[in-house]
Design a protein around this ligand. Structure first.
Ligand code: HEC
Length: 172
């Protein structure tokens, strides 16, 4: 929920700074309004769009594969928990997107698949991992098809795009 917290904090900061700039000048003849009276609607806080969350999900999906391929099971577990966290932020913040019930579709398509992947990572068996990874990827694409985005086709990464990150397990 780290990201959700950042969004909420940004919202608060915006609310406070808007309140500070849009207050009318005080008129000494008038009593200040009671503190509890809401004088204006709070401005909307910035919520990233679904496409932005998906960009982050794409990165987690690629890194999950690269970690599993390198048999770095700690990193694979970490990437999967990040992926889960972003899907849960999507459910909280963009439960519907352009008439697509994204929140319910995540429950239907991703929740079970992610649990299977957790099981596969726990076995530290690459063949189980790769089967689960392909199922996860198929679930991404089912949602894209159901959401009229069949042209967004996800697949296994063929190489690392992250030349500044070593995916091999840390030497102990
Ligand atoms: C619940 C439905 C749903 C699931 C599950 C889902 N997506 Fe998406 N995804 C969408 C929708 C809808 C869009 C289009 C968003 C838009 O129009 O801004 C999208 C867009 C994308 C994009 C394009 C974003 C961009 O800016 O290039 C990528 C990449 C992507 N998804 C990756 C994934 C991956 C990887 C997974 C699985 C781990 C996944 N998605 C699972 C619904 C889903």
């Amino acid at each position: 929920m780290k990201r959700l917290r950042i969004v909420l904090i940004l919202g608060l900061v915006t609310a406070v700074s808007c309140a500070a700039t849009s207050q009318p000048l005080p008129n000494p003849a008038q009593q200040p309004p009671p503190l509890s009276a809401p004088t204006q609607e709070l401005p909307k806080s910035y919520i990233p769009g679904l496409g932005e969350f998906m960009g982050r999900i794409q990165t987690d999906h690629a890194k999950l594969w690269l970690a599993g391929q390198a048999r770095n099971w700690e990193l694979a577990g970490y990437q999967l928990s990040e992926l889960k966290e972003v899907f849960s932020d999507v459910q909280d913040l963009v439960p519907r997107y352009q008439n697509v019930p994204v929140g319910d579709m995540i429950d239907a398509l991703m929740t079970g698949t992610i649990a299977d992947m957790e099981g596969a990572i726990a076995t530290r068996d690459f063949s189980k991992f790769s089967t689960s990874f392909d199922e996860l990827t198929a679930a991404c694409n089912s949602c894209h098809q159901a959401a009229n985005r069949p042209y967004i086709a996800i697949r296994r990464p063929t190489r690392s795009n992250f030349s500044n990150q070593d995916f091999l397990p840390a030497k102990k």
